[in-house]
Design a protein around this ligand. Structure first.
Ligand code: FAD
Ligand code: HEM
Length: 410
């Protein structure tokens, strides 16, 4: 909890910090990588740096955390901390690195705000930083311990044993462990960070959702090529699809991710495009557990040929006694599969939703925003809707609410 001394200082300076926080975050990263170039090799995602999404995510998270301390002092913003802690754990972040981030962040704050940072202001923001840092460090310690790993042992080598072209743009990789050590279990909905050596010698980390239930020996994930459309093509997705094949080894983290399946109640999955991946993992888990829960799978895509993992997901749905699936294809209601097919954008008016369900959304942010609004209009409580963003979460105000615990974990 924020001290009585710091609270008024934070309240008074929050507007100026919030106004400048993107500039602070940008200066922070430039300075951090200047001082610690090793963080660019295997820890930070240079695509997110180029897009500035990580700078914005850091800035927004500090602003959300600080205003929450002022507005709701009795409660930490759990969903925000969960999302960040899982991402950090999947990258093997250590407590000692918080000191490094602190020093560089405060250097950037002074660099941007200058004389406005009086000793009193610096002390108050220092308190905010360490409140947030210790909340994250403690949570990350719990996550490492639950997985039986330490930050340095998060990583493990796997070998590609199958590579399947799902669609013209999506490739599924199946990997097997390369030694007899126990495979860490995943919770349905979680992802791994894949750390890939790039042709320039720099390792790049990216997250991929697990698409198949654990079998104690394999991991499976599916990668969609990112086309640049005027900007550079996505480097890791295209490298994996083009240059990594059967027999090659990949370094994967243990599984993490805060949007995980609650399999004690009916479930509705709503996805679009490659957003099917965490849903496929959760449906696979339900199928291998022989679930009798009411399960509704809703998926939107361009057409059937673009629908990745369609055979796996629809087979699992057929196997589950209380499950049904509906798909929407932008290019028309043409399907050769045993599925209820509609033309156009996903429209929830076309489907009956089970009572008391938990909802999981994944896909482009405008898609998730539209589905979430439609669910709220149908009186689904916001706390029952979770979503997964395939990039740093920017804490869109209309997706995150105080009522949405673990909002980003889907
Ligand atoms: C929790 C989570 C789960 C995910 N699950 C999946 C999954 O199951 N399947 C999947 O396919 N993806 C998934 N992703 C997304 C995945 O992690 C990668 O972000 C994705 O594969 C793109 O990586 P890339 O290296 O190909 O693209 P990047 O190289 O990182 O590029 C990303 C964007 O940045 C732009 N960019 C890059 N460099 C520059 C530059 N210099 N100037 C301007 N723009 C630039 C690119 O044009 C592109 O639009 C997930 C992400 C998260 C966070
Ligand atoms: C209080 C301190 C910190 C805050 C507020 C913070 C905040 C964040 C946020 C908001 C994200 C994005 C999460 C998402 O994916 O939605 C993130 C990711 C990340 N953080 Fe932190 N972080 C802190 C400390 C650290 C430390 C000490 C390190 C170690 C160097 C670190 C390294 C990373 C990395 C590598 C990512 C992923 C970046 C990417 O994928 O682009 N963070 N952090």
């Amino acid at each position: 909890m924020l001290s009585d001394r710091s609270r008024p200082v934070i309240e008074a300076t929050l507007p100026v910090v919030a106004e400048n926080i993107e500039a602070i975050a940008t200066r922070f990263y430039t300075h951090l990588f200047g001082e610690h170039p090793e963080l660019l090799d295997g820890t930070f995602n240079r695509g997110n740096q180029a897009e500035k999404t990580q700078q914005m995510a850091l800035a927004a998270s500090v602003a959300v955390f600080a205003s929450s301390l002022v507005k709701v002092p009795e409660q930490l913003p759990e969903h925000l901390l969960n999302r960040i802690a899982h991402k950090h754990a999947s990258l093997g972040i250590t407590p000692a690195q918080y000191e490094v981030v602190h020093d560089n962040l405060f250097w950037a704050i002074v660099d941007v705000l200058g004389d406005a940072v009086t000793p009193e202001v610096a002390a108050a923001w220092d308190e905010v930083y360490w409140l947030m840092a210790y909340a994250l460090i403690n949570q990350e310690r719990g996550l490492y311990s639950a997985r039986g790993v330490r930050p340095e042992t998060v990583w493990r080598e796997w070998q590609v044993v199958e590579k399947v072209d799902e669609t013209p743009d999506v490739v599924t990789f199946k990997l097997r462990r390369t030694d007899d050590r126990l495979v860490r279990t995943s919770l349905p909905g979680q992802y791994v960070t894949v750390q890939v050596p790039m042709p320039d010698g720099v390792r790049q980390p990216r997250q991929y959702s697990l698409t198949k239930a654990d079998d104690g020996e394999h991991r499976q994930f599916s990668v969609k090529r990112v086309h640049g459309n005027g900007k550079p093509d996505g480097e890791v997705s295209n490298h994996l699809c083009d240059s990594v094949g059967v027999g090659d080894r990949l370094t994967l983290s243990a599984p993490f991710g805060d949007v995980v399946l609650d399999d004690s109640r009916p479930v509705v999955f709503a996805s679009a495009g490659v957003g099917i991946t965490p849903m496929a993992g959760m449906v696979s888990h339900l199928a291998s557990a022989g679930s009798h829960l009411p399960i509704t799978v809703l998926h939107a895509d361009v057409d059937e040929a673009s629908f990745a993992l369609r055979h796996q997901v629809l087979e699992d749905v057929r196997f589950l006694p209380e499950a049904s699936a509906h798909v929407w294809y932008e290019h028309g209601a043409e399907s050769s599969l045993p599925v209820d097919v509609h033309a156009g954008q996903m429209n929830l008016d076309d489907v009956k939703l089970p009572d008391g369900a938990g909802y999981y959304l994944c896909g482009p942010v405008p898609f998730m925003r539209a589905v979430r609004s439609a669910l709220i209009d149908r009186d689904v409580p916001a706390r029952d809707i979770q979503y997964e963003v395939f990039g740093p979460d920017l804490w869109q105000a209309d997706l995150v609410t105080e009522e949405t615990p673990g909002a980003t974990a889907a």
